[in-house]
Design a binder for this molecule. Structure first.
Ligand code: SF4
Ligand code: SF4
Length: 366
């Protein structure tokens, strides 16, 4: 097997070593998503969670022992890693402690307004969301739950996570903010952090994925990626897939999306269609009983979720292996994915600058 793979890489032992490293981690990480609270300290425009009333459907589990018992039942079904979302997870640090006790790897998605304590959470990956860049971030997000606007959300997040090795920004870009991309990425780098690209979809609008300047957005992202390869971790192939919704073999959508809850009854047909899914993945609501449809809104027509698009590329390894350059690209994409997580630190030693030698179309892991 190893010899055959090495041959597929034209005998490139460095890439083969890198392949083994990403394969090892992707085989050992079994993740589910946990929405630990319905509360949030801001109200972003375009937030699917509030737009579609996810906050009204369930009540938080507030008892730590109940949460612990639930996480142990998750471990019993093979899950060892959490992606913790909300609402805003940093509002309930005591709940996060239980995740730290029970799960091997933990990652939180946060708006960055409240600093995640370091003590006891040294190995939590902190994924900080950012919308638009420049003044757009405040326009879109710096809104208190009572509707009052404030300023400086991005500045606060930068201050809270300056030089913090756990931090990685997830930057949702928008056509309106093309001119802010360069400066925003540079500022994240100056702050001692790294960043990946997401796509801003304004849920509730008529056509959130419609683009008038898609080509310009893509060109600017690729230019900035080339300019700041050690700051912007996203691989050029992934950036193209994110902006266009297409890979070299097909189009992103529900029928291929791997980030569906495997135990949600509405996904039975999807799982049966044979396209890969994340093994054991469920997206749990804050009551630890309700399984949501998928990792995000469940509105597939509006969706270009970055984790889902990245997972699609990751699980589609077989689409890449037959061509050595594509195979190398897949390895680089996988490295850029794991770069987000401090607990994948051995891959983090591979700086993004060392990736993306092969800017050509790519394959998946499981
Ligand atoms: S921080 Fe997250 S959960 Fe809170 S309003 Fe913004 S997108 Fe929604
Ligand atoms: S909403 Fe997005 S992430 Fe969810 S199943 Fe649909 S395509 Fe996948």
């Amino acid at each position: 097997m190893s010899k055959a793979l090495l041959k597929r890489l034209r005998g490139d032992s460095d890439y083969f070593r890198r392949y083994e490293a990403v394969k090892e981690i992707s085989s050992n990480v079994r993740v589910s998503e946990y929405l630990i609270t319905n509360a949030c300290n801001i109200r972003c425009k375009g937030c699917w969670f509030f737009e579609y009333d996810f906050d009204k459907n369930t009540r938080d589990v507030t008892d730590r022992e109940e949460l612990r018992a639930f996480l142990r039942s998750e471990r019993d079904r093979g899950i060892n890693s959490s992606l913790i979302i909300g609402g805003e997870p940093t509002l309930y640090v005591k709940r996060l402690e239980v995740f730290g006790d029970e799960m091997k790897h933990n990652s939180i998605s946060t708006n960055g307004l409240k600093k995640m304590p370091m003590s006891g959470f040294e190995d939590f990956a902190v994924l900080i969301s950012l919308f638009g860049g420049g003044k757009l971030d405040d326009e879109l997000r710096a809104i208190r739950p009572n509707g009052q606007a404030f300023t400086g959300l991005f500045e606060t997040a930068l201050k809270n996570y300056r030089g913090d090795p756990r931090a990685h920004f997830i930057y949702a870009v928008t056509e309106d903010g093309i001119d802010y991309i360069d400066e925003t990425v540079r500022r994240i780098g100056d702050n001692g952090n790294t960043v990946s690209i997401n796509f801003y979809s304004k849920y509730g609008s008529n056509d959130p994925l419609r683009m008038e300047h898609g080509r310009r957005l893509l060109e600017e992202l690729l230019r900035v990626r080339e300019k700041y390869p050690s700051i912007l971790a996203s691989h050029p192939y992934y950036i193209r897939a994110m902006v266009t919704g297409r890979s070299h073999w097909g189009e992103f959508g529900y029928d291929v999306c791997p980030s569906v809850s495997i135990d949600h009854p509405d996904n039975t047909e999807r799982i049966a269609n044979g396209n890969p899914v994340l093994p054991g993945f469920n997206a749990w609501a804050s009551d630890c009983k309700t399984i949501n449809f998928c990792c995000t809104s469940g509105h597939c027509a509006d969706c270009r979720d970055s984790q889902a698009v990245m997972s699609w590329l990751m699980v589609s390894q077989l689409k890449f292996v037959r061509n050595p350059d594509l195979f190398k690209t897949w390895i680089e994409i996988a490295e850029s994915y794991w770069h987000q997580f401090i607990w994948a630190h051995h891959l983090r030693n591979q700086p993004p600058a060392m990736m993306a030698q092969n800017d050509v179309p790519l394959l998946a892991a499981e």
